[in-house]
Write a protein that binds this ligand. Structure first.
Ligand code: PEP
Length: 256
C-alpha cells in the first residue's frame, strides 16, 4: 500500500512572513488530527523558516522548490541543499517544467541534482511531463521514456525507491485544463512499467507517482482513485488553506 502524498507548490507566491502565516495557520488548524496522507509545503525560500517553525510539531513537512547540485562555493544566487537541510527541509522539488522551460534545466542537470539530494538524504520529488504539441503528435510516451531514462540515469534500486515521481503534463499546469483521470492513469501506469522494466516489480510497486496539473477540490478525488496515482503536486489550489485542505481530504478518502 503506497501512502498518498500531497505537495503544495507555492511557486513565487506568499513570500512574505505575513502572507505565508496567513495561509499556514489556517491550514494547520484544519489538519487537526493526523491524516494518513503525507503533506509537504514548498514555499519560497524567504519563508521556509517561518513555515518550518509554524508546522514543527505537526505532521506537515517542508520542502524547497529547487536546489543546486553543489554544497557550497562561488555559485551566486544558487541555494545549497545543505543549507536547506539545516533549516528543516526534508523534501525538494526537482525538474519542475518551469525550471526546465524558463531556466533551461536539462535532464542531465536534474540528474546531478537528484544524485546530490539523495546523497544528503533530502527526499526528491522529480517532475516529468510532455508539452501539448508532443501529446497532440502522439509522442507522450516517447517524451516520458526519454525523461525517465536520462533524469533517473544510474540511480540504484535503493535510490529510486526514495524518489517520488510527479507526472505533470505541461499543458495542464496552471491552465485550468486537467488531464482526465484516464489520461493521467495511462501515463502513471506506463511510468510504473518503466520502473518494473528498469528495476523490478517490487520496486515499481513501492515508488509513489503523483499527478500534477490544475488539481482542484472538485477533480482531486477522481484522479486519486486511480490505481497508479498516489496523490498530487498542487500549484494554484495550494495557495488557499481551504482548497488545499479539501484536496488532502480527497486523498484521504481514497484510502478506504
Ligand atoms: C505545479 O506547478 O506543479 C502545478 C501542478 O500547478 P497547478 O496546480 O497550478 O497546475
Amino acid at each position: 500500500m503506497r501512502k498518498p502524498v500531497i505537495g503544495a507548490n507555492w511557486k513565487m507566491n506568499r513570500g512574505t512572513p505575513k502572507e505565508a502565516l496567513e495561509m499556514i495557520q489556517d491550514f494547520k488548524s484544519n489538519i487537526k488530527k493526523t491524516t494518513s496522507v503525507d503533506i509537504i509545503i514548498f514555499p519560497p525560500y524567504t519563508v521556509l523558516n517561518t513555515i518550518f517553525n509554524t508546522v514543527k510539531k505537526t505532521q506537515i513537512k517542508v520542502g524547497a522548490q529547487n536546489m543546486y547540485f553543489e554544497e557550497k562555493g562561488a555559485f551566486t544566487g544558487e541555494i545549497s541543499p545543505i543549507f536547506l537541510k539545516n533549516i528543516g527541509c526534508e523534501y525538494v522539488i526537482l525538474g519542475h517544467s518551469e525550471r526546465r522551460d524558463i531556466f533551461q534545466e536539462t535532464d542531465e542537470i536534474i540528474n546531478k541534482k537528484l544524485k546530490k539530494a539523495l546523497f544528503i538524504s533530502l527526499n526528491p520529488i522529480v517532475c516529468i511531463g510532455e508539452h501539448l504539441e508532443k501529446r497532440e503528435a502522439g509522442k507522450t510516451k516517447e517524451i516520458i521514456l526519454n525523461q525517465f531514462m536520462n533524469t533517473f540515469k544510474d540511480l540504484t534500486k535503493e535510490e529510486i525507491r526514495k524518489t517520488i515521481i510527479a507526472y505533470e503534463p505541461i499543458w495542464a499546469i496552471g491552465t485550468g485544463k486537467t488531464a482526465t483521470p484516464e489520461q493521467a492513469e495511462e501515463i502513471h501506469h506506463y511510468i510504473r512499467e518503466l520502473l518494473e522494466n528498469n528495476y523490478d516489480r517490487d520496486t515499481a510497486q513501492s515508488v509513489r507517482i503523483q499527478y500534477g496539473g490544475s488539481i482542484k477540490p472538485n477533480n482531486a478525488e477522481d484522479l486519486f482513485r486511480k490505481e497508479n496515482i498516489d496523490g498530487g503536486l498542487v500549484g494554484g489550489a495550494s495557495l488557499q488553506a481551504e482548497s488545499l485542505f479539501e484536496i488532502v481530504k480527497a486523498a484521504q478518502a481514497t484510502l478506504k
